[in-house]
Design a protein around this ligand. Structure first.
Ligand code: NDP
Ligand code: BG6
Length: 499
C-alpha cells in the first residue's frame, strides 16, 4: 500500500535518540525511496538554533555505513533530505509553541497541496510526555476521531516507571487520542530476527509441532551488552535492568516465543495472544532474599580489551547505588502449552560480548541406546535464534563422527541472514517508522500489553529492595554476571547456553 505524504514532527530533535536512531532510519528510508518524496521533517526542541545547524548536528560519519548507494549519491541524497527539514524552537509545555507548530505544519502541507497528515514522535525524556500530549490535543494538531487527515503519536520508552504511572499515561493518551493513533515504540519488535520468530514458528511445520511442554525442556533468553551505562548513567541509575530491559524488550521476546498462533495477522489478533502470555506468567513472590531473582552490578574490569570503570563511579550514579546492571531469573508460563517449562531470562551491561539469543532446549531422548550411560548423557538438541549480532538461526543436533568408532558429537545446522538472503537486515527503527507511516500497529505494544508486562515486573522490582546493596551481587565488567546467576540454572542441572 502506498504511503500518503506526511510531516513527521520530532520532539527532542536535538537529542541523542533522534541523532543516533530516528534520523539515520528516516534518511535510509528516504535514500531507498520508501518514503513519499513530499515527506517533511520538523525538528522541535527548546534550543535556539537553525534547521541548518540541526542538520549539521545530525550528519553522522556513520551514514557511510548506510548501505545501498555510493558515497557521492549518499551526499546528494543527504542534501535533498535536509531540504525537507524545518526547525521550530519552542517549549513542550507552551500552548503558543504548539500554535506556531500547527501553523508551520499546515503551511507546509498547503504549499505542497497535500493533506496535513502528521506523525508526532516523542523523543524526549518522559518527564515532558504529558505536556506534549496535552498540547498536541489542545492545539488540534492531533485529533481523536479524525481519520483524515491522520495524526499518529509515537511514544518512546520508558512507558511509565511502574504500573501506576504506565496506567496514568495510558489513561491520558486514551482520553486524548484513539488507540489506533498511539504507537508505543519498543525497538526490539522492529528487529528482523524478532519478527522472524513469528515466521519461524508459524510457517514451519517442523517446529510448531514440537513447540510445547511435551518436547521442550526449557527456554533461555539472553540479552547481553558489552557497553557500560556511558552517558546515560543518570537515567539508568533511576531505572536499572528490570525497568530498562526486562519490562519491555525481554517481555516481548518471551511473549513471541510462548504465544499461541493468532487467528489472523491482524494487529489486534497478534497482540491479544501476546497479552495472554503475559497474563499467564506466574507471579514471583517474596523478596530478593528468596525470590530467585539475581541482581548484579558491575565493578571495574576488562571488557574485551576495554578498561571499564566501576558502575558506582560513573557520573550520574548515586553514591552507594543499589541499581542492578544485571538481572537473571526464571519465569513460568502457567498455561497448557508451557506447564512445567522454565523460561530463564538474563540481561546485563558490561558482559563479555554484545550478543543476544533465544535458545530452545529440547528434552533428551530416552535413556537407552546412545543415551544409556548415566555418566555421559547426550547433549540436548537446541534451537538457537541469534537476535544480534550475526543474526541467524542454528539447530544444534548430534551426529556420528566419521570412522569405525561410535563417537557422537554436536553438529550445527546454521542459517545466517546476511548470507542466506544476500542483504543485511534493516535497522529496527526503519521498519517501525515505516509501519507508523503506513498505519500498521502490529509491532507496537498495545495499552493492555504494556500494563500486563508491568503487572508481572512490578512485584519483582518491589520485592527487590531498591536501596539495599546487600542483595546486589557485584561482578567484574567483562564477565557473564555474578556466580549466583550460574547457580540459578546449576541447581536444576542446567547451564547458560551463551557463556
Ligand atoms: P536526551 O536526554 O538526549 O533528550 C532529548 C531532548 O529532549 C534533548 O535534546 C533536549 O532538547 C530535550 N530534553 C532533555 N531533557 C529535558 C528536560 N528535562 N525537559 C525538557 N526537555 C528535555 O534523551 P534521549 O535522546 O537519549 O532519549 C529520548 C527518549 O528516547 C527518552 O524517552 C529515552 O528513554 C528514549 N530512548 C533513548 C535511547 C537512547 O539510546 N538514547 C534508547 C531507547 C529509548 P532541548 O533541550 O533542545 O529541548
Ligand atoms: C534501550 C535501553 O532500550 O535498549 C538501553 O534503554 C540498551 O539501555 C538498548 O542499551 C539496547 O538496544 P540494542 O538494540 O542495542 O540491543
Amino acid at each position: 500500500m502506498a504511503i500518503e505524504p506526511f510531516t513527521i514532527v520530532i520532539f527532542g530533535a536535538s537529542g541523542d535518540l533522534t541523532r543516533r536512531k530516528v534520523i539515520p532510519a528516516l534518511f535510509r528510508l528516504w535514500c531507498e525511496e520508501l518514503l513519499p518524496k513530499e515527506v517533511s521533517i520538523v525538528g522541535f526542541a527548546r534550543k535556539d538554533m537553525t534547521a541548518e545547524a540541526l542538520c549539521e548536528a545530525w550528519h553522522d560519519p556513520a551514514f557511510d555505513e548506510l548501505g545501498t548507494c555510493d558515497p557521492v549519491s549518499r551526499e546528494c541524497c543527504w542534501e535533498a533530505f535536509t531540504k525537507r527539514v524545518r526547525y521550530l524552537q519552542g517549549h513542550y509545555d507552551d500552548a503558543a509553541s504548539f500554535s506556531k507548530l500547527r501553523e508551520q505544519v499546515e503551511t507546509n502541507a498547503a504549499e505542497a497541496g497535500l493533506a496535513p497528515n502528521c506523525i508526532f514522535y516523542l523523543a524526549t525524556p518522559p518527564s515532558v510526555f504529558t505536556p506534549i500530549l496535552e498540547n498536541l490535543a489542545e492545539s488540534g494538531l492531533a485529533r481523536k476521531g479524525h481519520p483524515s487527515p491522520w495524526s499518529r503519536v509515537v511514544i518512546e520508552k520508558p512507558f511509565g516507571r511502574d504500573l501506576e504511572s504506565a496506567r496514568v499515561l495510558n489513561l491520558l493518551a486514551g482520553r486524548l487520542f484513539d488507540e489506533d493513533q498511539i504507537y508505543r515504540i519498543d525497538h526490539y519488535l522492529g528487529k528482523e530476527t524478532v519478527q522472524n520468530i513469528f515466521v519461524l514458528r508459524f510457517a514451519n511445520g517442523i517446529f510448531e509441532h514440537l513447540w510445547n511442554q511435551k518436547y521442550i525442556d526449557h527456554v533461555q533468553i539472553t540479552v547481553a551488552e558489552s557497553d557500560g551505562v556511558g552517558h546515560r548513567a543518570g537515567y539508568y541509575d533511576k531505572s536499572g535492568a528490570l525497568r530498562d530491559m526486562v519490562q519491555n524488550h525481554l517481555m516481548h521476546l518471551l511473549s513471541l516465543i510462548a504465544m499461541e498462533p493468532p487467528s489472523s495477522l491482524d494487529a489486534d489478533a497478534v497482540r491479544d495472544e501476546k497479552v495472554k502470555v503475559l497474563r499467564s506468567l506466574r507471579r514471583i513472590p517474596g523478596d530478593c532474599a528468596d525470590n530467585g531473582v539475581i541482581r548484579g552490578q558491575y565493578t571495574a574490569g576488562d571488557v574485551a580489551g576495554r578498561a571499564e570503570g566501576n558502575y558506582l563511579d560513573a557520573e550520574g550514579v548515586a553514591e552507594k547505588s543499589a541499581t542492578e546492571t544485571f538481572v537473571a531469573f526464571g519465569a513460568m508460563v502457567d498455561n497448557w502449552r508451557w506447564e512445567g517449562v522454565p523460561f530463564y531470562l538474563r540481561t546485563g551491561k558490561c558482559l563479555p560480548r554484545r550478543e543476544s539469543e533465544i535458545s530452545i532446549h529440547f528434552r533428551p531422548v530416552p535413556k537407552v541406546l546412545f543415551n544409556a550411560d548415566p555418566d555421559a548423557p547426550l547433549e540436548q538438541n537446541v534451537l538457537v535464534i541469534r537476535v544480534q549480532p550475526d543474526e541467524g538461526i542454528r539447530l544444534e543436533v548430534l551426529g556420528k563422527v566419521p570412522g569405525g568408532k561410535r563417537i557422537i558429537k554436536p553438529m550445527h545446522l546454521e542459517f545466517d541472514y546476511e548470507h542466506g538472503f544476500g542483504q543485511p537486515s534493516p535497522e529496527a527503527y526503519e521498519r517501525l517508522l515505516l509501519d507508523v507511516a503506513s498505519g500498521d500497529a502490529t509491532l507496537f505494544p498495545r495499552r493492555d500489553e504494556v500494563e500486563a508486562a508491568w503487572e508481572f515486573v512490578q512485584p519483582v522490582i518491589q520485592g527487590c529492595c531498591e536501596t539495599c546493596r546487600e542483595f546486589v551481587h557485584p561482578y567484574p565488567a567483562g564477565t557473564w554476571g555474578p556466580q549466583a546467576a550460574a547457580d540459578l540454572l546449576a541447581s536444576s542441572g542446567r547451564q547458560w547456553h551463551l557463556r
